[in-house]
Design a protein around this ligand. Structure first.
Ligand SMILES: [Ca+2]
Length: 415
């Protein structure tokens, strides 16, 4: 095996006290001077379960190391529990904060806007609140924003999708409307899912969690509820024509795939156009899945994880079953994956079409090299920052933007 030399250079430290929004800015440059294609897996800790993967390379794939020099910096650290980030057409960033606030950040100055008003109230207890967001494909003209949130109602709450227009002065959301509500309502504080993205036809995919409890998790297999599902809806919140269960009497017609636990990451592969999804598993069972119409992703019948208290899951305890999809990749110990994006910039050629997933508990960003719908390499990025990485998106100039639970917004780019 070749030897890897990693150098982290502190390239610049800029501090300004003249502006209330400015922060001490550090730019770190990462340069790896030698390459190797046969590194050991990045995960070295013992797994929680001793289950065997369904195929070679389904977990603990060979490590890889980026050789192109790249840099990262903190744009601001004054956000409050951000959950979703998207780039506006002019390069600024629109960010949700879980307590129910959206703000715009100027990536070049680090300036954070006042809170944007007009957003319907959210239930931000536990894992709830204002969650993922996406812009209308025609945002430059219609200024429409779509977002996921936890809506409080009598006797509980549910994941909901709303839309509204960003006012010309950017101070408010106009005519906010809830277009979709996951069903049924449940009195809990966990597992909402909450990512929303547009497909090429202008419809929305939404990830919805199974609300965590033993009595709700089985609903992931029940097509009459939206728990543990990926749903496919129009911008009016209606089921998309051609959805797989539209003709099944006891099934919700918006369902696209089922058997999910708490899916928080959705992204389309830039080359194949296929939909990928990550989900929080139980202890030792985080998954990356390739989503196909009408398929069953197995929770809670099959899983590579165990209960947090250490007991096994399932009766019988199985990890594979006919008619249930295997994850493309799984993690044990877990990553706690949230937002994710495929890289399609040009400054770091070796990252082309790689998948970047924000890890919360793992305190790093996972970079996955994917070939032929299989993971062939894994690297940990920004692992020394000690952050819980919540969402990651790509700007039009190729830079990655990442928000953390602790309130930071990073940019990552080639030198
Ligand atoms: Ca699964």
């Amino acid at each position: 095996m070749k030897i890897i030399y990693t150098t982290i250079l502190l390239a610049a430290t800029l501090t300004s006290c003249s502006n209330a929004n400015s922060t001490s800015e550090k730019i770190q440059v990462v340069a790896n001077q030698e390459i190797s294609d046969t590194l050991p897996p990045v995960e070295t800790k013992k797994g929680n379960a001793d289950y065997k993967p369904a195929f070679e390379g389904q977990t603990r794939i060979a490590g890889v190391k980026t050789t192109t020099p790249y840099e990262f910096k903190v744009i601001t650290e004054s956000l409050n529990a951000p959950w979703g980030v998207v780039e506006l057409p002019d390069g600024r960033l629109l960010i949700t904060e879980t307590e129910g606030v959206m703000r715009i950040v100027d990536a070049s100055s680090g300036k954070v806007s006042e809170e944007i008003t007009g957003i319907p109230e959210v239930d931000d207890r536990g894992q709830g609140g204002l969650l993922g967001l996406t812009l209308s494909p025609d945002f430059s003209n219609d200024r429409m924003i779509f977002w996921a949130f936890t809506e409080k109602v009598d006797k509980g709450n549910h994941t909901a999708i709303a839309k509204g227009k960003l006012s010309k002065d950017e101070k408010s959301i106009e005519n906010a409307q809830v277009i979709y509500r996951a069903s049924p309502t449940y009195d809990g504080k966990l597992h909402y899912g909450g990512r929303v993205i547009f497909d090429k036809e202008g419809n929305l995919f939404v990830s919805i969690g199974e609300r965590s409890d033993k009595e709700t998790r089985v609903k992931s297999q029940d097509l009459s509820t939206s728990f543990g599902k990926i749903v496919h809806i129009t911008t009016e919140g209606k089921p998309v024509a051609g959805n797989p269960f539209e003709d099944q009497a006891d099934a919700r017609p918006e369902i696209y795939s089922y058997g999910h636990r708490n899916p928080q990451g959705l992204a389309f592969h830039p080359e194949t156009g296929e939909l990928w999804c990550n989900e929080f598993g139980p202890r030792g069972g985080d998954e990356l899945n390739l989503i196909k119409s009408g398929k069953n992703y197995g929770w809670p019948v099959i899983t590579y994880g165990i209960e947090y208290i250490g007991t096994k899951i399932g009766d019988p305890v199985i990890q594979q079953k006919e008619g249930m999809e295997q994850p493309v990749y799984y993690w044990d110990p877990v990553l706690s994956p949230s937002g994710m994006t495929f890289y399609k910039g040009n400054k770091i050629p070796e990252w082309e079409n790689n998948l970047f997933l924000g890890g919360l508990n793992s305190n790093h960003i996972a970079r996955l090299v994917i070939e032929g719908n299989k993971v062939v390499g894994e690297e940990r990025i920004l692992a020394d920052e000690g952050e819980r990485f919540r969402d990651i998106t790509q700007g039009k100039n190729g830079e990655l933007y990442v928000v953390t639970q602790g309130g930071k917004l990073y940019s990552i780019d080639g030198k």
